[in-house]
Design a protein around this ligand. Structure first.
Ligand SMILES: *[C@@H]1O[C@H](CO)[C@@H](O)[C@H](O)[C@H]1NC(C)=O
Ligand SMILES: *[C@@H]1O[C@H](CO)[C@@H](O)[C@H](O)[C@H]1NC(C)=O
Ligand SMILES: *[C@@H]1O[C@H](CO)[C@@H](O)[C@H](O)[C@H]1NC(C)=O
Ligand SMILES: *[C@@H]1O[C@H](CO)[C@@H](O)[C@H](O)[C@H]1NC(C)=O
Length: 396
């Protein structure tokens, strides 16, 4: 049996071996220590900054470019629940399937409104001449709308009551998606409100939404009281605080994403049960957290992280600014359409937490573009002004 001693490297061996060259005794161990240190630093660096270029990937994984994390010991992950494994399998499969390209792709415009839509005339002008490239769905939660535009007649879907902040808002969004998904030509699903107006011509908006492979879902991390302060540990284990996100509800979803939202029962039921205004002393607003958190968990790279619908929160009140007749000028509209950086401000309470401003450029297929295609909130009286200005402000 060989003893470990025979194989122990080190100073002793160097001295005992006959004929070994005379070296300063400290040199070899120092050299090894430096090498080991260098390798460690390199691995840590490579782990934090995984290689992005294919040539670097080649060194790491024999041609198949994957993250270096793949050949480091996996970070011990939480064991998934049965429901989670099932849900992830379904979602992965839908996301990995190549999107079905329709010959006649359309954008679904889904209106969430209490009753009649004050800007139907403006939308009529917007849609005119683009028949066959869009479809309209109206979810009127309070009163049956009176339609003035032929594009809206007979487009009401079966609806139900919507209570602000409650899951019924998310239910209405899902109802609109379910109806719009019936048409296989619909490729992008835009959620709009009765106070929303278009900022560009139909063609510009169509191309912006159609020629990209992401969804426009607002999503950011707010460590403050109106963000993580609304999180409930009762959502564990599937929804962890680290994944909890916030964002405006006005989305545009690509078809695959609309389908996974329909397919989701697991995360939806967590939000239905534990994200409600007034539950456990928290004021959780389901429609501001469910979709951002859902996409953060299942497909964070597949969303833009900003909403294509502009709203002005600069007054920092409970509700955003509503534009009145005197506010609607071509300067205002040009101001909104010139924004190409998305800004998110985290919440604070009596200066306990520092308010942070998060900014990122609006990158469309890698190019910085205007962030917004629609804007709210416009009061009904602004219709005539908008109709007059539309052709002036809407051409990019
Ligand atoms: C959105 O944010 C997530 C991180 O939360 C990131 O992985 C993703 O790449 C971002 N999306 C875009 C289009 O940059
Ligand atoms: C979108 O397409 C680009 C290239 O066309 C690709 O690199 C990227 O991974 C795609 N993103 C998603 C979410 O499919
Ligand atoms: C437009 O933007 C400019 C520069 O930020 C600002 O000074 C001006 O008040 C804005 N006008 C309107 C109508 O919002
Ligand atoms: C149209 O927009 C330009 C700025 O782009 C402005 O100078 C002009 O006054 C606008 N026209 C009308 C009729 O408002």
């Amino acid at each position: 049996m060989k003893t470990a001693k025979e194989w122990r490297p080190g100073m002793g061996d160097v001295q005992i071996l006959p004929g070994s060259r005379h070296r300063p005794p400290m040199k070899k161990p120092m050299w090894i220590i430096f090498l080991v240190l260098f390798v460690c630093v390199f691995l840590i660096f490579a782990y934090i900054y995984p290689p992005k270029s294919s040539s670097t990937c080649y060194i790491f994984s024999n041609g198949r470019c994957q993250s270096i994390a793949d050949w480091l010991p996996p970070v011990p992950a939480r064991e998934y629940t049965d429901d989670e494994i099932a849900s992830r399998a379904v979602i992965r499969d839908i996301l990995n399937a190549p999107p079905i390209r329709s010959k006649n792709p359309k954008v679904a415009f889904m209106f969430l409104t209490p009753g009649s839509l004050p800007f139907e005339k403006l939308w009529d002008k917007f849609f005119q001449g683009h028949e066959g490239k869009f479809s309209v769905y109206v979810h009127a939660s309070r009163t049956k709308p009176v339609h003035v535009s032929r594009y809206f007649v007979n487009r009401d879907i079966r609806s139900d009551q919507v209570v602000w902040g409650k899951i019924s808002m998310v239910d209405a969004e899902r109802r609109l998606l379910a109806n719009a998904l019936q048409d296989p030509d619909n490729q992008q699903f835009v959620l709009l409100s009765d106070s929303c107006v278009p900022l560009y011509t139909f063609d510009y908006i169509f191309d912006y939404l159609m020629y990209t492979n992401i969804s426009f879902v607002d999503c950011f991390k707010d460590p403050g009281p109106h963000g993580n302060g609304r999180y409930s540990e009762r959502m564990l284990p599937e929804v962890e605080m680290k994944d909890f996100r916030k964002g405006a509800q006005w989305f545009s979803l690509k078809r695959q994403h609309a389908i996974i939202v329909m397919a989701d029962n697991l995360y939806y039921s967590k939000f239905r049960a534990y994200c409600q205004p007034g539950l456990d002393g928290k004021n959780c607003i389901a429609d501001e957290h469910y979709l951002p958190t859902f996409f953060q968990i299942v497909d964070p790279g597949g969303i833009s992280n900003w909403s294509v619908t502009h709203v002005d929160w600069s007054e920092r009140k409970w509700h955003p600014k509503s534009y009145r007749v005197q506010d609607v000028t071509s300067e205002l509209l040009k101001n909104i359409t010139s924004i190409d950086v998305s800004v998110h401000v985290t919440s604070d309470e009596k200066m306990l937490l520092q308010r942070q401003v998060q900014k990122w450029p609006c990158l469309w297929n890698g190019f910085q573009k205007p962030c917004y295609l629609f804007a709210r909130k416009f009061t009904p009286g602004t219709l005539d002004g908008l109709l007059q200005l539309f052709s002036n402000y809407s051409s990019p």
